[in-house]
Ligand binder design. Sequence first.
Ligand SMILES: C[S@@+](CC[C@H](N)C(=O)[O-])C[C@H]1O[C@@H](n2cnc3c(N)ncnc32)[C@H](O)[C@@H]1O
Length: 318
Amino acid sequence: MINNFTKQSLQSKLPSISDELLSISKQTLAVNNGNIPKWEAAINEIKKQPKGSIDYQAPYLTIHTKNNNIEALQQSLKLLMPWRKGPYQIGDLQLDSEWRGDLKWDRVLPYIQPLKGKTVLDVGSGNGYFTYLMALAGAEIALGIEPFLLFNYQFQAMQTLINNPLNAFVLPLKLEQIPEKPLFDTVFSMGVLYHQKNHLLHLQQLKTVLAEDGELILETLIIDEKQGEQIIPQDRYAKMRNVWCLPSTNTLHTWLKRVGFKKIKLVDVTKTTPEEQRATHWIGDNTQSLKDFLDPNDDYLTIEGLPAPKRAIFVCQK
Ligand SMILES: C[S@@+](CC[C@H](N)C(=O)[O-])C[C@H]1O[C@@H](n2cnc3c(N)ncnc32)[C@H](O)[C@@H]1O
């Protein structure tokens, strides 16, 4: 999983923490997960496919390969389902993930400082769709961290198909495992805060790893002011078990301020639509997606009767 290119890049771009990052990642990868043989087999099959260069042809992160055996490639990539984040295109094969990541990127990109030459951390990177976009936008290094092992294998599958690897990496780490040093010029936390039991601690940790003049991009679920200061779901939210906080944008602003962020700007609020999150044949046997998580008679409510998913993007500094 962690090849020499990854090691060398981390050692040259993040010398003070690379050994620690690599050692924790190796320990994590050594866990006993019954799916690993299947995922390794998929990667080994994908290695037999031709490689190509990667670029972004919205909405697809596109790998320009020729003469793929599409059927074999599709079969191997399907061993790595569910594909939540994307979409990707490899040669003529379109991998339409559950989420149209390009729509989020369109909402983020106009409001952030240019990534050219920056050291970037993408917290909760999933399979690295955005991490690649950050590298393609010119980041010196884009480090994605993602504790869920399958998504690390999905990233590996794409890396295997690329012949000009970018300085984009995904490692199986949690934010809590990143050494407490202010090394990152831009830190992204997108879709992660609401999964944290301790939201203030997450914000504090983001601040700790952010460089002095760096920028945080925080994207998370929010509620309208009229619905109160925050909702803590009693049980599930849009069928997800692990949603702990849904603040209003004012409340989130206060949290950011309290933790010590400055120049806090709310740059976007968007209701999640079935165009952005939908079932595709790349999500596996559980074919439920946004429309199944909403009240069938009122798409402003979740199936549990809470406000339907709406997301805000904040940009702020230390
Ligand atoms: C909803 S996904 C968001 C993926 C992507 N960033 C996006 O915006 O679409 C949240 C991801 O954060 C990861 N995650 C949750 N807690 C984390 C933590 N403490 N550190 C790093 N990643 C975390 C989860 O495993 C999950 O893949």
